[in-house]
Design a protein around this ligand. Sequence first.
Ligand SMILES: Cc1ncc(COP(=O)(O)O)c(C=O)c1O
Length: 343
Amino acid sequence: MKMPTLSRLDLRQRIDALPRINIACIPTPMQEAHNLSNELGVRILIKREDLTGLAMGGNKVRHMDFCMADAIQKGADVSLNVNPWMSNNARIIGAASRRVGLDYINVAPASKSRPIQGNLLIQDIIGTDMHMLDTSEPSEVNEYVDKLETKLVEQGRTVYNHIKEHMSRSSATIAYMEATLEIDEQLKKFDIAGNIEMFIASGGAHGGLMLASQALTLPWTVHGVLVGKPEESYADVVTWSNNALNHLGFSERLTWGDVEQLDKYIGPGYAKPGQDCIEAIRMVAELEGVLLDPVYTGKVMAAIIDYAKDNRFTEEDTVIFMHTGGLPELFDFADELKRRDYT
Ligand SMILES: Cc1ncc(COP(=O)(O)O)c(C=O)c1O
């Protein structure tokens, strides 16, 4: 698939035509990581998407500008979502829903005995109606959610069901098509000689960066890093991107053949950090004072470290690490992350 060539203004106008509520604190900083660059022998810039400003931030806050506008336009008064216990999506959709005046219900499969920590704790603090289920069996979860939605409708509520509303996910692609414009502008202040090698956890945002950088003919390679096996990590880049393309009025459609997903850095599985991820988190914390998370960004940094050690970058390359947030998850993984026991 080939995106049509667009001017920056063309892309800006298509995005500006969509309903929007400004929730995200953007632009986010682009920071030079000098110590990490010295350590790895390649220039590394960190795009601080962890600093988007809502309930501990992350990439998904940008999505909410479009997703919440869609919910409001549809007259919703309650946001209904299904996400696992470690989900940043659940936290950010919750906080954005509250910000725009919606009630928030999150159904969390397989979470009955989970400690209220990390993203679950934040959902509790913002006043989420949390349904923590024993089961993760899709048919049982769906039946539970269907019944819940029916009950809400009978009570006269207008439900925005994030499982059914495509904007809940394709807003990621739209938001990161816009972020491409932001990054392109920011890079003018950095003296960039060679290629841009961008790394991000694979998902809707990955699709957005890929599509927009191609449309704007930017010399970027966007590496999408899988953080779980395809069946467990919800990185449906193709469906989410195609919904976004449709929404923005493009007739082009992505296929799986167009999408590069690096699958070497998954470790034991989704929400299971391997040793390379843990070491990546420690390295960036020690050298830069920047915290990464053990579910997404630690694995993305593990990919960058591996590429650098394998001499896969040239001297002129600039690596952009998309720090998509996920920081509340640090606290759910204390046992894996702590260096030793202190008792
Ligand atoms: C920290 C973090 N990074 C990246 C992603 C991928 O997000 P998206 O599919 O919206 O691109 C997620 C999704 O949950 C996330 O929580």
